[in-house]
Design a protein around this ligand. Structure first.
Ligand code: NAD
Length: 501
């Protein structure tokens, strides 16, 4: 039983689908593991560390995947990269199938079993495999860190001999996994935090984290949550009321983090140009929904812009800006799922195709697209011409100049410095991810199996919030420590006129 770990080709993707810790555990399950050369460099994991954990290093993609029964990846690989895998091999990753049906059909045509981890049901048993939660949690944390890095003022209240500095006001829009972690992180940094959401359950979650809940709490709000806990598309009337309330609130904020999403739809537009213009110069907006079109009218996906002195950060793949931790958690998510697919005693694959986790996540099997959400375009895929060594997929169209992604040698300090520098300039390119196109017709990005009927009770909700925001903290120390990264250069801030807003 061979497991292959691919080096990511998607520009700006610095994560990797396995770590030395998970490699050792996969070997313990009876697998042999081949990691593609350089796969971990973006997350500061060298080939030697993978080798020490028991993996062999594949010098080419073809060599890495040859004879593989399972291929682990972060982004969807091109079918051509999978030449030489065993027939029916599982390709497990964040395959992002919506809007990419042709690629999925090509994977079917290549004879692999494509498994989309985003479709993992949000049930208790699968929490440990939930890549959406593990990555959104980190994105929420990192959004606040990015905002703090370009904010020209201190976050906490400071009482000094020279006088008192008031705390920053942070407003989080969308209190799902990312939003709750953003609230918790901003609170830890000492900001006065408020938050909004259209789901009533979010109110007590926000309050349990010490945030002030700001929302139009009408009848529509009381009905705004689906049985699965997701937000519904709100009516135009509600959106108008919400915009009015938001407009007054935003004008007084220093930092705004937007995370609002509706499964399968473009991100709701929550902040207009006028609202941005109502904010004081020096304020910062981080739009975590940039990849799905943005919650902010002025957001440019993949870029940092400045408008009337307000910095708008439109990074996509924000979790990829904290790659070592993101890879650590993502790899554990994958390991947990793969463990359910292996008979550890017999040391061989033993897939239960009737398992709800398998049924929910398998997109292709036996040459066909089998997932119910993709039945319509499941025309027989043309045979895929496979190359011996896979070509690098075309780069994202976003130009990358001053603020490169934190990959490989670029590393965190350089990227942060770049982000900091970028804050002083308008229109500086940031991350290089191509924005995902949300599929307008699709109501639900997760399968119906994920729906749970009972609303959360207050104590359960508070517990769940703690759990969600503490995922990263609760994670054990990585088995292999990276070499000490160079220390972050001292933050140099542009000399902007200061004074309380
Ligand atoms: P998401 O990424 O789909 O959306 C982010 C947030 O944006 C949501 O809270 C949503 O309500 C909010 N939103 C949508 N439209 C909005 C608008 N117009 N204005 C303001 N906010 C808006 O959500 P998510 O982080 O994936 O979480 C969705 C739900 O799933 C939550 O209830 C969460 O607690 C739950 N969840 C459950 C599990 C589990 O049981 N295993 C795991 C993770 C999350």
């Amino acid at each position: 039983m061979k497991i292959a770990v691919l080096r990511e080709r998607f520009e700006g993707e610095s994560r990797v689908a396995a770590t030395p810790e998970t490699v050792a555990k996969l070997i313990g399950l009876g697998a042999t593991v081949t990691v593609e050369q350089g796969a971990g460099l973006g997350s500061r994991i060298g080939d030697a560390q993978f080798a020490e954990a028991g993996a062999s290093i594949g010098t080419t993609t073809a060599q890495t995947v040859e004879g593989a029964d399972i291929v682990l990846c972060v982004r969807r690989p091109a079918a051509a990269e999978l030449a030489g895998v065993n027939r029916g091999a599982l390709v497990i990753g964040a395959l992002d199938p919506y809007g990419n049906e042709t690629d999925i059909a090509a994977l079917a045509g290549a004879g692999v079993t494509a498994v989309s981890m985003e479709f993992m049901p949000r049930i208790t048993r699968a929490q440990v495999m939930d890549i959406l939660s593990s990555q959104a949690n980190l994105a929420g944390y990192q959004a606040v860190i990015e905002a703090a890095a370009v904010f020209d003022r201190a976050m906490p209240m400071m009482m000094t001999a020279a006088g008192t500095v008031r705390p920053a006001k942070a407003f989080v829009m969308g209190a799902g996994v990312a939003g709750l972690q953003a609230i918790a992180t901003a609170k830890r940094l000492g900001a006065v935090v408020s938050a909004t959401d259209v789901r009533p359950a979010a109110k007590e979650q926000v309050e349990s984290l010490g945030g002030k809940f700001v929302a139009v709490e009408d009848e529509e709000f009381r009905q705004a949550e689906t049985a699965g806990g997701y937000a519904k598309q709100m009516s135009a009337e509600y959106q108008a009321k919400q915009a009015e309330l938001t407009a007054q609130h935003i004008a007084k904020q220093d930092i705004v983090i937007t995370t609002a999403l509706i499964p399968g739809r473009p991100a709701p537009r929550l902040i207009t140009r006028e609202m941005v213009e109502s904010m004081a110069p020096g304020s910062v907006i981080v739009d975590l929904a940039a990849e799905r079109g943005g919650n902010v009218e002025l957001t440019q996906p993949g870029r940092i812009i400045e408008h009337n002195g307000v910095t708008i950060i439109g990074f996509t793949n924000v979790q990829g800006r904290i790659p070592t931790t993101a890879s650590q958690l993502y790899a554990r998510n994958l390991l947990s799922f793969v463990t359910t697919l292996i008979d550890a005693k017999e040391k061989k694959l033993a897939i239960n195709w009737d398992d709800e986790l398998v049924k929910a996540t398998v997109l292709t099997r036996d040459g066909a697209v089998v997932h119910p959400n993709f039945q319509a375009p499941a025309a027989p895929a043309a045979p895929v011409a496979v190359a011996k060594d896979a070509p690098t997929p075309p780069s994202a169209s976003v130009e990358v100049k001053a603020a490169p992604a934190k990959t490989g040698a670029t590393g965190k300090p350089a990227a942060r410095t770049a982000a900091k520098r970028a804050a002083g300039k308008a229109e500086v390119p940031a991350m290089a991810d191509t924005p995902k196109k949300a599929e307008p017709g699709v109501e639900q990005s997760i399968p119906a199996a994920a729906e749970v009927a009972t609303p959360l009770r207050k104590r359960a909700a508070a517990k769940k919030v703690e759990k969600l925001v503490d995922v990263a903290a609760a994670a054990k120390a990585p088995a292999v420590r990276k070499a000490a990264a160079p220390k972050k250069p001292a933050a140099r801030k542009p000399a902007a006129p200061k004074g309380d807003k």
